[in-house]
Design a binder for this molecule. Structure first.
Ligand SMILES: Nc1ncnc2c1ncn2[C@@H]1O[C@H](COP(=O)(O)OP(=O)(O)OP(=O)(O)O)[C@@H](O)[C@H]1O
Length: 288
């Protein structure tokens, strides 16, 4: 079966996005990824196509082993694909040499992982600006100020990670990802190590960075409540995108997750097409 959703065209028709190529921040075109051989062969991604709308918050969900992390890693240039193409903006990652790929990741992509990955000897502020320091770029002071205020870290800027709570550390990691104004931020289970209150704070902040700053975010999560902060959810099963949901709520996402043993009768294509277009009113202005 071929995956169809959400196609670039679908993404273009997403709410609040003008027609044209500029409204898709990243896209996968028929990407496949196989691990292992013989008996150990696993098709992690099976001809997946997906467009990530610019300035939107997209969640990726699916059962364990469905390919969520693989999809994210391939789209972020952290892992290679066996076939197909991955675009960030207009650049096909699969055609880049290692050095070019490293530069693209550094300049255009932000990452937030479940483990906060902060440098323990640096202050919060130094951690936030570290990627730009390494790249020899000066942070835009006004932007940095806005990011710091949005994540509510101003009173903690001189603290080292060990002096911060888990939620605060993850906010530092989010600020670090946002500071260079990347084309797209990939967040892999960003609330996986947080209690529900800290998790909600981080998700609200991610949500706000999309709404207020126009950031594009893709987040892998197991948690329907976390997915409910997004504008749209892509559902993966057995290495394929089998459905999308616009304006998700935790209850609807939970229901859909329960249904994975019995896939939607109308098939992936129609479900996905409807889902992507369905986002007409989007999550814009909707606090979820
Ligand atoms: N490095 C690897 N070597 C072999 N198989 C792998 C590797 N990475 C992933 N896989 C397999 O590929 C499939 C997809 O894995 P992936 O981690 O993308 O799933 P996931 O949906 O993120 O799972 P989870 O929710 O459990 O984190 C799984 O069957 C997994 O066992």
């Amino acid at each position: 079966m071929t995956n169809t959703a959400p196609s670039t065209a679908d993404a273009r028709s997403a709410p609040g996005t003008a027609p044209g190529t500029g409204d898709v921040a990243a896209r996968a075109e028929q990407i496949s990824k196989v691990y292992g051989r013989g008996d150990a062969r696993v098709v992690a991604l099976d001809a997946v196509s997906a467009g990530i709308p610019r300035g939107r918050f997209t969640a990726i969900m699916g059962p364990s082993g469905s390919g969520k992390s693989t999809l994210m890693h391939c789209m972020a240039g952290l892992d290679s694909v066996d076939s197909g193409a991955v675009f960030v903006g207009d650049t096909d990652l699969t055609r880049l040499k290692d050095k070019q790929l490293t530069r693209l990741r550094r300049d255009k992509i932000g990452f937030v992982f479940q483990a906060f990955n902060l440098v323990p000897t640096l202050t919060a502020l130094e951690n936030i600006t570290l990627p730009m320091d390494i790249a020899g770029r000066r942070p835009d002071a006004a932007w940095l100020d806005q990011v710091i205020d949005t994540v509510g870290l101003r009173p903690r800027l001189k603290h080292r990670p060990s002096e911060l709570s888990g939620g605060q550390q993850q906010r530092v990691a989010c600020a670090r990802a946002l500071a260079s104004r990347p084309e797209i931020i990939f967040a892999d289970e960003p609330t996986g190590n947080l209690d529900s209150r800290s998790g909600a704070e981080v998700l609200s902040f991610l949500r706000e960075s999309v709404r207020e700053m126009g950031q594009t975010i893709v987040m892998v999560t197991h948690d329907p409540s976390a997915a409910a902060y997004s504008d749209q959810v892509l559902f993966l099963s057995d290495g394929r995108i089998v459905d999308t949901m616009a304006e998700p709520t935790a209850d609807r996402v939970l229901e859909r997750m329960k249904g994975f043993d019995a896939p939607a009768a109308d098939g992936a294509g129609s479900a996905v097409g409807g889902g992507a277009g369905e986002g007409a009113d989007g999550g814009e202005g909707t606090a979820r």
